[in-house]
Ligand binder design. Structure first.
Ligand SMILES: Cc1cc2nc3c(=O)[nH]c(=O)nc-3n(C[C@H](O)[C@H](O)[C@H](O)COP(=O)(O)OP(=O)(O)OC[C@H]3O[C@@H](n4cnc5c(N)ncnc54)[C@H](O)[C@@H]3O)c2cc1C
Length: 301
């Protein structure tokens, strides 16, 4: 992960400072604060700030005056109840602010999550670094033959080498021209806001991304899922680890009800009831389409 020694020193300085506060802090999150965790070849995720903890969710649900009078077991039970019944607003009382470095094509998927606050590095004002995402050989896959929106087998041999060569050389060539165009050495120098259009989508950008816990869990539900593209999933996986340490009860309930759980339609539920009565149900007599039946079988394992 390409953090300069100055950037590392800034992070270390931030981590060496402590402040006294009356606010609740989450010990699990304090240990991660400001640290940059590597993702992909040049990216990272780091927590810049956060607000709230498991208790804050319970306080909000109870609209209590103080820390609340209930036991830890009651807190966990309450959080599970809230998660189970989609009582989501107490989760919105927790917030997290992340600093993320990510390839532009990943940022395009990420920015679709509209419920966050974003401030991105300005390529009108600043010069982008010569940093491009080049997939590791085991993440360089062929187009899937069963899923139009997915990957199949890993590319091999000469084809893999050629693809990696193109990705690297094209990125470097585009960056060379970018640098040449903005240079003010013996010429006017093209505006950075224009020159950047020549850069490929695997160049890295950075942003501050602030979101509440409810919407973060929605993001993680979609992006830490096996159907999400690998390059955004690895960021979501890293964030999952942070959230697990920040709000352990909420994250456990999320894993149980959302990540590991499933929603059944009325028709699917009817099929389960018929199966429990010993009836032999097939796709043909289930009332489900082939696709629905396949997904239903996937849920039942
Ligand atoms: C596997 C996968 C494949 C995808 N493929 C495509 C694709 O091919 N093409 C494509 O365009 N997108 C695609 N997406 C993006 C997807 O359609 C959503 O835009 C993205 O996941 C953000 O979800 P969201 O709108 O629920 O999140 P957020 O924007 O964070 O919103 C959270 C929730 O807030 C509510 N909300 C927010 N804003 C509004 C609003 N303006 N009006 C009404 N309700 C609102 C909705 O209930 C929403 O679910 C894909 C996503 C995934 C995970």
């Amino acid at each position: 992960m390409p953090l300069s020694s100055e950037q590392q020193a800034e992070i270390a300085a931030q981590r060496s400072e402590t402040h006294t506060t009356m606010r609740a802090t989450a010990p699990g999150m304090e240990k991660h604060l400001y640290t940059a965790y590597p993702v992909l070849d040049h990216g990272f995720v780091r927590v810049v700030d956060y607000m709230g903890d498991d208790e804050a969710i319970c306080q909000a649900a109870r609209v209590s005056y103080g820390r609340g009078t209930k036991s830890v077991q009651n807190d966990e039970g309450l959080i599970r109840y809230l998660m189970r019944h989609w009582h989501s607003t107490p989760f919105e009382m927790c917030e997290i602010k992340l600093h993320v470095k990510l390839p532009v094509f990943v940022a395009r998927q990420w920015i679709r999550h509209r419920t966050a606050n974003v401030n991105e590095y300005s390529a009108r004002y600043s010069i982008l670094d010569r940093e491009f995402y080049i997939p590791a050989p085991d993440a360089l896959n062929a187009q899937s033959v069963i899923n139009n929106q997915g990957r199949g087998e890993v590319l091999e041999g000469e084809e893999a080498q050629r693809v990696l060569k193109y990705l690297t050389e094209d990125a470097m060539r585009a960056y060379d021209h970018y640098e040449e165009m903005i240079s003010q050495d013996g010429q006017q120098g093209l505006a950075r806001e224009l020159a950047r259009m020549n850069l490929p989508a695997n160049i890295y950008t950075q942003w501050y991304w602030k979101v509440d816990l409810h919407n973060l869990l929605h993001f993680l539900r979609l992006r830490a899922d096996a159907h999400a593209q690998y390059e955004i999933r690895v960021y979501a996986d890293e964030i999952c680890k942070l959230v697990a340490d920040w709000v352990p009860f909420a994250f456990k309930a999320f894993e149980d009800y959302r990540m590991g759980g499933a929603t059944l339609s009325a028709g699917a539920l009817d099929v389960v009831r018929r199966m429990l009565k010993g009836e032999e149900v097939t796709q043909e007599n289930s009332g489900m389409s082939k696709g629905e039946w396949r997904e239903f079988q996937g849920i039942l394992g």
